[in-house]
Design a protein. Structure first.
Length: 183
């Protein structure tokens, strides 16, 4: 009987030590101030690549590969997209899914209250429904890192973004988050 009790306790201690999937993801997010990564973005079949820096809360800078020269930047309040032709489009961040994706506290609170879904035994998915936005966010099952998201953009286009070469808590030049002046 003592052997069974000891084995039971060891199994349960191992489960407690390793934590639940949600706890591991939340702890990982808590310890992140910023992320740098390469991305592949598919919007309605049009694939673009580049690299991004996210700084919580709500700042992002993405430079698309040379073929498009597009830049996306948010200072936490507005998002500006500079297109191939040098034109700027400015949006309030609250009108976009980035309002939620770039808010670490929001993500942590949502994940606490959602059920995870395991995809292909490799990825962890949470579906967030907020203010007419459906955001599917994906994490790696092995290391609990963010690996991508799926949203509808401001024009209701399906936007699937995959992350790779993820780096955490790098030194960041804050000037990258400066927006161009309003005309």
């Amino acid at each position: 009987m003592k052997k069974i009790l000891v084995i039971f306790l060891l199994i349960n201690l191992d489960n407690v030590a390793s934590g639940s999937i949600k706890e591991n993801i939340i702890n990982n997010l808590i310890n992140i101030n910023n992320l740098s990564f390469n991305f592949e973005q598919n919007i309605n079949g049009k694939v673009e690549t580049g690299n991004c820096v996210i700084e919580y809360p709500k700042k992002i800078f993405c430079k698309y590969n040379i073929s498009s020269n597009k830049i996306l930047v948010s200072n936490g309040k507005s998002i500006v997209i500079k297109n191939d032709y040098g034109s700027y489009y400015r949006y309030g961040i609250k009108k976009t899914p980035f309002n939620y994706l770039l808010d670490k506290s929001f993500l942590i609170n949502e994940i606490r209250n959602l059920d995870e879904r395991i995809v292909d035994n490799k990825f962890i998915n949470f579906t967030i429904l907020k203010d007419e936005n459906e955001i599917n966010i994906f994490f790696n099952k092995k290391n609990f890192n963010l690996i991508g998201w799926q949203t509808l953009d401001i024009y209701q286009n399906l936007n699937i973004t995959y992350l790779s070469s993820l780096k955490k808590n790098q030194n960041i030049n804050q000037n990258i988050f400066k927006l161009p002046p309003v005309n």
